[in-house]
Design a protein around this ligand. Structure first.
Ligand code: ATP
Length: 580
């Protein structure tokens, strides 16, 4: 039934869309495509629905003022008749055109109603398109008038009103081009954006379930990686991705590697490009090996010198599948493809997708590697958990974004504790320890640190005031060394009920109760810590301020316990950085 679609059907569609609630407009369009169109009708229909994007036909040279004259002549009206003046003065609106003033098509419909019948003229969209082609190529005004007269003959007033809107290239349907494209085919907008060719879009994208095969990237040719934009804190990230569907992922500390696969081995697809991070996995400890060790371990692993550690590739994206580039699909769709295309191999090849892939191997008690964030609190929590677990930071991604080569466009954001550190290091004393969870279970993995209370500046401190809890920043080995050195002095002080040694001042807040206390301050060690420049007023700890995202910079074995930063000096530091 190619090209047999009647203009009256398209007019019903337009009227229907115009009157529908915004949320229902798209489905009307879909229904029209499914009910009335075969793929060979798509272009005929789409060029009427999106007339401003139809470059095939050239311009009509008919703005409202010229169109008014042509219509007056085509209808055989006298140019000074009341209706002719209404058309000419369509902006002002006459006595009867008040409501329609400013809308040429409505004013014209009013005039046409008095001259045309209500019975459909039976014009097909094929015939309409041919007449519109002739109208666009007509050179004289007389020729244009003649074609308009033919159109008037073959339509009723309602139909002619929409023809006029098509000629003026503005249908006022209240539905965006974007929505029309999306409903037509998921790749339509994108293909139009790069080709500006509506005909080509309609011809190439005939099947909505078949994604367009793009060859903008190729297997075997490296693509510049998509980059992440640095943000200050979770709130800034959330603001930047306002209203978007967001996934938060661990920022792995390895090497960014693209895998271009073009062959037959282990996996489902013979050709694909994966984007991800190359890391080293310790199969005995069941965890990622330390930062910095990647290159040498990778080499040792490759040479068969280290049997515990092996190279593990975490694929967090997929760029090409089978015979087509997929970078234009949304991250959400690419995550689905990752799951479909890649068969993970534990400890060798893993995929990073929310609620699946690598997350399945997260040790109990430790946060997941990637999840959907529904609020800024989710981002904040994920960030805290991730850096407490001593990972490098997090990457926050818009799930609806494309993968853009070489672009730092803000669709991927990165948040690392390094970016929020204070200008000055603070030398504080370890006063207690907390046991870790998951892979650090049973060992002290975080410390409670204190500030010195020094009433006499020339004397040793008398007490230490709890300040904050810190566990990130050191390498595994360094952290272990500190914990080992302090182990002989850890005390549980369970009796009388959870009392701490008297030279430590704490609040009653349960969060600050460490699992163990350091027997006495002289035995302890000073840590240099850094953090967000903004301190927070503390209700949990005894010191008046605490730190956001504290991080251990280094261990000060060289500094004796009594040189710990004093509360007073710290408060002064806070006030001077706040300008108060
Ligand atoms: P940086 O030194 O912070 O890694 P960079 O300039 O190398 O910065 P960016 O684009 O700024 O790179 O940050 C993204 C980098 O983070 C990627 O190149 C990749 O190596 C790494 N990365 C680790 N985990 C992820 C992840 N889940 N998603 C995206 N990138 C990740």
């Amino acid at each position: 039934m190619t090209e047999e679609i009647k203009l009256s059907v398209v007019v019903s569609l337009f009227t229907w869309i115009q009157r529908s609630r915004p949320s229902a407009k798209r489905s009307k369009f879909r229904k029209f495509l499914d009910t009335f169109c075969t793929p060979s009708d798509y272009f005929s229909a789409m060029r009427l629905i999106l007339p401003s994007l139809d470059r095939e036909r050239g311009t009509y040279g008919l703005k409202e003022s010229v169109l008014a004259i042509c219509l007056i002549d085509a209808l055989g009206m006298s140019r000074d008749s009341a209706d002719a003046l209404r058309l000419i003065n369509w902006r002002k609106g006459g006595a009867n055109t008040g409501a329609n003033a400013g809308n040429f098509a409505l004013v014209a419909a009013e005039v046409l109603q008095r001259r045309q019948g209500t019975v459909s003229g039976g014009l097909t969209i094929k015939e309409l398109n041919e007449l519109l082609n002739r109208l666009a190529s007509a050179e004289s005004r007389a020729e244009k008038t003649a074609i308009l007269a033919t159109l008037i003959n073959k339509t009723n007033a309602q139909e002619m009103k929409w023809v006029i809107m098509i000629i003026l290239k503005d249908l006022k349907l209240g539905i965006s081009e974007k929505s029309i494209f999306q409903e037509f085919h998921p790749d339509a907008e994108d293909l139009f954006n790069v080709t500006c060719d509506l005909k080509l879009v309609c011809e190439k994208l005939r099947d909505r379930t078949q994604r367009h095969k793009r060859q903008d990237i190729e297997v075997g040719k490296a693509v510049r990686p998509q980059l992440a934009l640095r943000v200050r804190d979770p709130a800034a990230a959330w603001k930047k991705l306002h209203g978007k569907e967001v996934v938060v992922e661990c920022k792995f500390d390895g090497d960014r590697i693209q895998i271009h696969k073009n062959g037959t081995d282990i996996h489902y697809y013979s050709r694909c490009i994966l984007d991800g991070e190359m890391l080293v996995w310790d199969s005995t400890l069941n965890q990622f090996a330390e930062f910095g060790s990647n290159q040498e371990i990778a080499k040792a692993a490759k040479d068969g010198l280290d049997s515990d550690r092996q190279v593990l590739y975490v694929a967090f994206d997929i760029l090409y599948v089978g015979d087509t580039s997929v970078i234009h699909q949304s991250l959400k769709e690419r995550h689905e493809l990752l799951q479909k295309v890649v068969k993970p191999l534990k400890g060798r090849l893993e995929i990073l997708v929310p609620n699946g892939g690598l997350n399945a191997h997260r040790p109990p008690g430790e946060p997941c590697w990637s999840c959907i964030a529904h609020s800024v609190n989710d981002v904040e929590r994920f960030f805290k958990e991730t850096i407490e677990n001593r990972d490098e930071g997090i990457v926050i991604k818009d799930l609806n974004s494309k993968w853009e080569p070489g672009d730092r466009n803000g669709k991927w954001l990165k948040l690392k504790p390094d970016y929020i550190r204070a200008g000055s290091d603070l030398d504080v004393l370890i006063i207690g320890g907390y046991y870790g969870s998951g892979r650090r279970g049973g060992e002290v993995a975080q410390f409670l640190v204190g500030l010195a209370d020094r009433p006499d500046p020339n004397a040793y401190p008398r007490r230490f005031i709890s300040f904050c809890r810190v566990g990130t920043g050191l390498t595994d080995d360094d952290l272990e060394t500190v914990a080992k050195k302090l182990k002989p002095y850890f005390r549980k002080y369970e009796y009388p009920k959870k009392m701490q040694p008297s030279f430590y001042q704490v609040t009653n807040h349960s969060k600050e109760r460490p699992d163990v206390w350091i027997e006495s301050p002289e035995k302890s060690i000073i840590l240099s810590i850094t953090s967000d420049i903004r301190t927070i007023r503390s209700e949990v700890f005894a010191a008046p301020y605490s730190l956001r995202f504290p991080r251990i910079d280094r261990v000060r074995y060289d500094k004796p316990w009594h040189e710990c930063l004093g509360v007073q000096s710290f408060v002064e530091l806070v006030h001077s950085s706040n300008g108060t």
